[in-house]
Design a binder for this molecule. Sequence first.
Ligand code: HDE
Length: 707
Amino acid sequence: MTKTIAKDTGTPPQGAKFETQIGEGGELHQITSGDSDVLTTQQGIPVFDDQNSLKVGDRGPTLLEDFHFREKIFHFDHERIPERVVHARGYGAHGTFTLTESLEEFTSAGILTEVGEQTPMFLRFSTVAGNKGSADLARDVRGFAVKFYTKEGNWDVVGNNIPVFFIQDAIKFPDLIHAAKQEPDRGFPQAQTAHDNFWDFISLTPESMHMVMWIMSDRTIPRGFRFVEGFGVHTFRLVNAEGKGTYVKFHFKPKLGLQSVAWNEAVKINGADPDFHRRDLWDSIDQGNFPEWDMGVQLFDDEFADNFEFDVLDATKVIPEEQIPVRIIGSFKLDRLVDNFFAETEQVAFCTQNIVPGIGFTNDPLLQGRNFSYLDTQLKRLGSPNFTHIPINAPNIPVNNYQQDGHMEMHARKGRANYEPNSWAGTPRESPSKGYKHFPSQETGRKAQVRSATFADHYSQARQFFISQTAIEQKHIGDALTFELSKVERVDIRELMVGHLLNIDETLAKTVATGLGLKSMPPKVKAAVETRTDLPASDALSILKNTSGSFEGRKLGILVTDGAPAAIVQALVDGIVAAKATYEIIAPKVAGATLDDGTLAEGKQKIDGAPSVLYDAVAIVVSADGAKKLGKDKTAKDFVSDAFGHAKFIGFNADAKPFLEKAGIEDEDMDDGVIALGGKGDVDAFLKTLGKLRIWERELNVDLDAP
Ligand code: HDE
């Protein structure tokens, strides 16, 4: 047994030293001295005093002559740039993609053909609706935007954690986003769709119904970025060396499996740690637990596209993996934190039209619109067409062209030629062999503002999604719809939504109608195309059918008090480390607790600052006296009762039992998820069970809305 049960939390930050110097006139100067070089202005001029501006006399006015003061305030005044109009809150990290299977038969893109090739990349996760400072656990889609720095230029896959979208035509995007964000008169609600405007728009937009099923599922309250899938959403095209095209959809699957939290938990995480997701990613990478994703493709040809039940250009549809399996072609690992959040995560500029030779677009009208929008938005946000010179956006291969000047030009291109063709030697020229060739698809047709009839079925895949879920996931969808619509003030909007649900699943519609207390069942909304009931369930669409079955990468919260049995605490710690998971010791005092053998279990958290929503499972290991004291404390009782209510596994030693009872877990509430920890054998069994992650059956006993 080690002397101290503690986790290495890294080296403490280097502190600056404060010194006071007396100037020539007897005045006081407060000087800080750190370990780095001399502080300078932007011009490199060494700074004498950064604590006091230049004044006339000790108590006199500040002088305009103080160029350092002037520059410092000027720069500060101009620090902000516009936040992204959507996906404002995000978090990014660097990684490396490695190809394991060549797609040479389908594409000429080096990144997809050179097996073993390691391509640097940057991934930014985000929520969509909330502002930059909103909380991480908003019920929302997560952005999954990847920039690959390939040898043939930058390739951006600007995807989401959901494979479909709300709308079919980009012209509706401003309306969708206006409706989802804060209402314009009152400026709230922040980062949530539970309000009239959003559901008003949705209820009048039947094409959004498939997406509605996804956003009302637990996909929108993920446990962390490390546990979400990524999807390119649109159908793209691969083009091989002979110019032959193959349709493709891009997928990214987390090696840690999918995982989400409970809604009541999400609400509490937002209060306890609004940075829960970004902290989780930062901590994992910082500790060397690099999250990994497999990259896969669904490949298909014109024949499949022509025979598929839906239009492959319609971004409100998936192609079920049972119909076209996802072929894994490589994987990536996020292994490097940013040095600076603003310089990298904020300034990274994704553009759907950043594409490399061998990969192409299709006529998906959403994708076509996006290809216009992203370039435009970067100019607004970053302020200059030279945003491509910012290191995070620059390709790491040479850039040769005759585009010039503009705000913040960073390249001093040499030579006389700034036009093309020219007859000067050594100037760049277009390359018919290497250059990007657009796929020569045949396009004909009348000019018209239309929506293809092949886009008209809005309910069949919504139904397919719903029936593919486990019972508890279906319950969560019903709960989420009821919650969101209960925040909608207009009853007619609630009713219209239930009218749509009748086209998806009658039981779901009834659950929501009952949950809302509607007086009678509203009429079914008339569908342009009747819902197909013959589409089979697809396991890939469920979260719970795609978990890892392991506690790896998860976090156990161990609540201890003075006098707690050291043997159990140590067995938990050893087991968790062996399972490649992490743990935190929580105690009444942040310093930790002195265990029954005199060792110190070093605390990471004080109980008041660490509700159980921050952990995947909890263990309560306390002394009899500790249990008595905790039983009087509201926060400590919440720790246990929340863990129980959120269907988490709870381990406890014998002395903890009275505390559990005080927290509302009586003998009759005990289930397979509340596990006594008498000795090492029990601890091993407990740790093994944790791989199930949650005991969802319990929810049916602790929820008023349970069937
Ligand atoms: Fe975006 N989207 N989007 N979007 N989107 C932006 O670009 C837009 C759509 C997505 O981490 C903006 O740089 C239009 C689908 C992500 O920096 C903007 C349409 C998907 C991110 C924009 C869509 C996405 C954005 C705002 C309808 C999933 C964050 C800031 C046609 C496949 C990227 C910016 C990051 C960001 C426009 C629909 C994903 C305004 C017009 C579908 C992950 O250009």
